[in-house]
Design a protein around this ligand. Structure first.
Ligand code: CUA
Length: 346
């Protein structure tokens, strides 16, 4: 085989190689953006529909393209031909055929599609209710206090859930349209102002699952992230009981000074710290801030240095952030004291 014909063979094989590479790429595991996993019952059900529909689509693609190629080759102009071929218009049998066949394909696909939609819309009796409120640019998760179901427990950007139990998320928005999405566990659900949308799914095993906003919502859309921490039911109950308690902060030393500064500044207009004078409801509830692993919508690791960076200039870390920059009004030492106070809120 000469170099030229080897090259031509390679060119002919290119689409096949590309398809195989794409399929292999889609098979990687542990990718936080893999939507067809076993981690969630929702994602597994969606996968059960995705693959059969994909195979039908692949079959249709090759059938149509194959016929097209066959026609192009079989009826191509051959050397020396000068006349126009015989022109035809309309063919009832063909037209009826290419109307009926696609209708049948769609009707066949509709059966598993509709049953999947019905399956995913079911809310089991034992589902745990969690309210999701989306805002520019963070997610609030609201639980009922286990000791007093009429009292709400609010946390930001880090949702804890019991693994193995269905969660019924009620999704709302306070400003523009956002979308609540935990790729490894379930499909997307929009957060629409003035509307309550539902999503029900179960995390089948404990783990930390990444989530984010999946609908463009201006400046910091790409930084509107959160995590879902699925843990054994007992551990989850302990966490929720802890979150329902009022803050227990150190009130001596630098943290004590930070507390004074926090309560004496604009912070309390937007943030709440249960058990203190801070009762703002438009920004993340900071009652147990020290127990969180991240801050600023899962943008930064929750370290004192990052809290200082955030309070000094939020817009630099998250463009458009609603929180004002305090770098100009408070000294570095004051901001450090506030960070110490917030970190003492376990
Ligand atoms: Cu919120 Cu995009």
């Amino acid at each position: 085989m000469g170099a030229r014909s080897r090259f031509i063979t390679l060119i002919r094989l290119a689409p096949l190689l590309l398809t195989l590479a794409l399929l292999a790429g889609g098979c990687t595991t542990n990718d936080p953006y893999d939507t067809l996993t076993d981690f969630g019952d929702h994602s597994k059900t969606v996968r059960g529909l995705f693959w059969p529909v994909l195979w039908v689509a692949i079959f249709v693609f090759f059938a149509v393209e194959g016929l097209l190629l066959f026609t192009m080759i079989r009826f191509r102009r051959r050397g020396g031909e000068r006349q126009m071929p015989k022109q035809t218009h309309g063919n009832t049998r063909l037209e009826v055929g290419w109307t009926i066949v696609p209708s049948l394909v769609l009707a066949i696909i509709a059966v598993p599609t509709i049953s999947t939609i019905v399956d995913l819309a079911r809310t089991p009796q034992n589902a745990l209710q969690v309210r999701v409120v989306a805002r520019q640019w963070w997610f609030e998760f609201i639980y009922a206090d286990p000791a007093d179901p009429n009292r709400a427990v609010s946390v930001a950007s880090e949702a804890h859930i019991p693994a193995g139990r269905p969660i019924h998320w009620t999704i709302e928005s306070e400003d523009v349209i956002h979308s609540f999405w935990v790729p490894n566990l379930a499909g997307k659900q929009d957060a629409v102002p003035g509307k309550k949308n539902d999503l029900v799914f179960t995390a089948r095993q404990p783990g930390v699952y990444h989530g984010e906003c999946a609908e463009y919502c201006l400046d910091s859309h790409a930084l509107m992230r959160f995590i879902v921490i699925a843990e054994p039911e007992g551990q989850f109950n302990t966490w929720l009981q802890g979150q329902a308690q009022s803050a227990t902060a150190r009130t001596t030393g630098s943290a004590g000074r930070g507390q004074e500064l926090f309560l004496g500044n604009a912070c309390i207009g937007c943030h709440a710290i249960e058990g203190s004078a801070a009762q703002g409801r438009t920004a993340p509830n900071l009652t147990h801030f020290g127990s969180r692993v991240s801050l600023a919508g899962n943008r930064l690791e929750n370290t004192p240095e990052n809290v200082v960076r955030w309070v000094t200039n939020p817009q630099q870390l998250k463009p458009g952030a609603k929180m004002p920059a305090f770098g100009g009004t408070l000294s570095e030492e004051d901001i450090k004291a506030i960070a110490d106070y917030l970190h003492s809120l376990k």
